[in-house]
Design a protein. Structure first.
Ligand SMILES: Nc1ncnc2c1ncn2[C@@H]1O[C@H](COP(=O)(O)OP(=O)(O)OP(=O)(O)O)[C@@H](O)[C@H]1O
Length: 583
């Protein structure tokens, strides 16, 4: 009986076996208890366990490489991919800025991918500008001998940023690395009104010549290009303004109707002069129209893009800064404009003070940094640099060095750019160079015993071979000096720092710093007039005992360019530094 009772009970009663045999290895009985007998809520625990298991499986699926299970996962994955792309770009020198915008919030930005080639990349990414691009690529290939497959690093990164028009840009790239085309190509492609500001008249003329070339040969007839760097440019603009807007009672012939986009290339001082003229002209007109926005103002309105070429010079030169303020205010439409123009800064050097100022004109800018090494200014690598000590004081040592360099189998390979500090020294040093050339010529003739009557003309011939350029000369004389040097008629150009920035001399072989540049930044720009666009060049800096502190700054730049072996050891030794400090 007992046995029967046991059998009956065991048949009816479920086996709970909390530590029983069947529970080993996580096995569970398949049988479920009826609810009235489930005193320990076994079924509830079971359900809970199953739910947990399902959640675990779903999360594992989300983590795997299969399709994302939720919207959140998709978003997460997109961000991750963007981050990866950003990291790859980081390896290509671009630093993606996460900087404070004007609103005080942290603006997270992602730069567009760099171009690998002008074509097909630009066609694929900006098909709307395809027609303009056809013409641009043709001019690049035929007239500039630039292959569609080879943008320079600064071009490959800056062009998409400028075309997308989403961010301001601070671009720092070596001298001769193609920054001009990096901002001109997007402006020519996009056909939007823009202002290009440069510090010197010569540079404005050079940029204007490039744009005009594209406009004439690239069928960019819809673009109205204006240069505002001479007094006569302002007079021309004034005539154009009168034709466009019309004088009182006269019907205007509006050239803007056919050329909606304006590209103005200006120097700050002349642009401010043009703005003053404009205000005078408008004041003479009826009040109602004087208040209306003026599409023919010297600064384009509306202005979509402002380029500051040689930005550090524009932002830190005490004479230019007030002008820059006035111009930028006009470009921003005096607060009346609906959209703010994008402001892009380009330079080979952006020292910390200029960098800080650049952030006051750019909003949360992206940054391209190709020339600086650890934040320090660096000269272009393709130039062989040399420092030459020429005695304790005075010019005598430099004169002897110049004669020796000319006599010594052309250590100074022409064309040569000779930099001096002041306008007055330009003429004196030019005379020295002429005398040294003549001396060399006579020595050659003496050796060959060929001196004849024609030798009398040699002095005059050498006079013409040396041109002079500084800001104190008349516009015509400046233009002619530059033209003679570019054409090869003059093979020495003695100049001040007015020629140190931006000027693109294709074939300068040697830069001679007859006077030591005052700082590393000026040194980088002077030296950068040679060794451009992948060519090689040579830079020789003469210094006397009085110029040791500035020579030391040049030595620092040379060391950063990996040319420490051309720096006199004593110049950078600790003892010499201490001695100079004591003095
Ligand atoms: N992609 C390119 N391939 C080959 N040459 C190029 C390319 N882009 C520009 N160049 C040439 O490089 C030269 C220097 O260009 P550019 O004057 O723009 O230099 P930069 O970077 O502005 O120098 P700087 O800092 O001295 O003003 C020009 O003669 C230009 O035609």
């Amino acid at each position: 009986m007992v046995a029967n009772w046991d059998e009956t009970l065991s048949a009816k009663r479920p086996r709970m076996h909390p530590a029983g045999e069947g529970n080993r290895g996580g096995e569970r009985p398949a049988m479920r208890l009826p609810a009235e007998l489930d005193f320990f809520n076994v079924a509830g625990a079971e359900r809970e366990r199953e739910e947990k298991e399902q959640t675990r499986r779903r999360r594992a699926a989300e983590r795997s490489c299969g399709p994302p299970a939720t919207e959140f996962a998709a978003e997460h994955r997109r961000r991750w991919a963007a981050d990866q792309a950003a990291r790859v770009r980081g390896e290509r020198h671009i630093q993606i800025a996460r900087q404070r915008g004007t609103s005080g919030t942290l603006t997270e930005t992602l730069a567009p991918d760099p171009l690998l080639a002008f074509a097909p990349d630009l066609y694929e990414r900006f098909p709307q500008h395809g027609e303009a691009l056809d013409a641009i690529l043709q001019v690049l290939a035929e007239d500039f001998f630039i292959d569609a497959a080879s943008p320079t690093p600064v071009q490959s990164q800056a062009i998409p940023i400028l075309l997308e028009q989403q961010y301001d840009l601070l671009a720092c790239a070596p001298t001769g690395s193609g920054k001009t085309l990096a901002y001109l190509i997007p402006l020519l492609m996009a056909h939007q009104s823009a202002l290009v500001l440069v510090p010197t008249r010569e540079l404005a003329e050079q940029v204007h010549a490039v744009v005009e070339h594209f406009r004439r040969h690239g069928q960019q007839s819809r673009l109205h290009v204006q240069r505002v760097c001479h007094k006569r440019d302002v007079e021309r603009w004034e005539r154009w303004w009168k034709r466009s807007i019309g004088t009182e009672g006269v019907e205007a012939v509006n050239p803007l109707a056919t050329a909606p986009a304006r590209l103005v290339i200006a120097t700050p001082l002349t642009a401010v002069h043009a703005l003053e003229q404009w205000q005078r002209l408008r004041a003479a007109r009826p009040t109602a129209t004087a208040e209306a926005p003026d599409p023919a103002s010297p600064i384009p309105h509306p202005c979509h893009t402002v380029i500051l070429d040689e930005a550090d010079k524009l932002l830190t030169d005490a004479g230019l800064v007030p002008c820059l303020d006035t111009i930028l205010e006009a470009a921003l439409g005096g607060g009346h404009s609906a959209t703010r123009p994008r402001v892009h800064c380009f330079s080979a050097t952006l020292p910390p003070d200029a960098d800080e100022l650049a952030r006051t004109v750019c909003v949360a800018p992206l940054r391209i940094n190709i020339s600086a090494k650890g934040g320090m200014t660096r000269a272009v690598d393709s130039v062989q640099q040399q420092l030459l000590f020429c005695g304790p004081s005075g010019d005598r040592g430099k004169q002897v060095a110049l004669q020796q360099m000319l006599a010594d189998g052309y250590q100074l390979v022409p064309p040569v750019l000779v930099f001096v500090t002041t306008q007055t020294r330009c003429d004196a040093v030019a005379a020295e160079v002429r005398a040294a050339l003549l001396e060399r010529h006579r020595a050659v003739q003496r050796r060959a015993e060929t001196a004849d009557a024609a030798d009398a003309d040699a002095g005059r011939a050498f006079y013409r071979r040396v041109a002079v350029l500084h800001a104190g000369l008349e516009a015509g004389a400046r233009h002619s000096a530059l033209a003679r040097f570019r054409s090869g008629a003059a093979f020495f150009l003695v100049c001040t720092d007015v020629a140190a920035r931006g000027l693109d001399f294709k074939c300068v072989n040697t830069v001679l710093n007859y006077d030591t540049p005052p700082d590393g930044v000026t040194y980088v720009h002077r030296v950068g007039r040679t060794g451009r666009a992948g060519r090689t060049g040579r830079a020789i800096t003469l210094f006397s005992g009085e110029e040791v502190p500035s020579a030391r700054k040049c030595a620092n730049v040379m060391r950063l360019s990996g040319q420490a072996n051309h720096v006199p050891e004593w110049l950078v030794s600790k003892r010499a530094r201490t001695a100079t400090k004591r003095e």
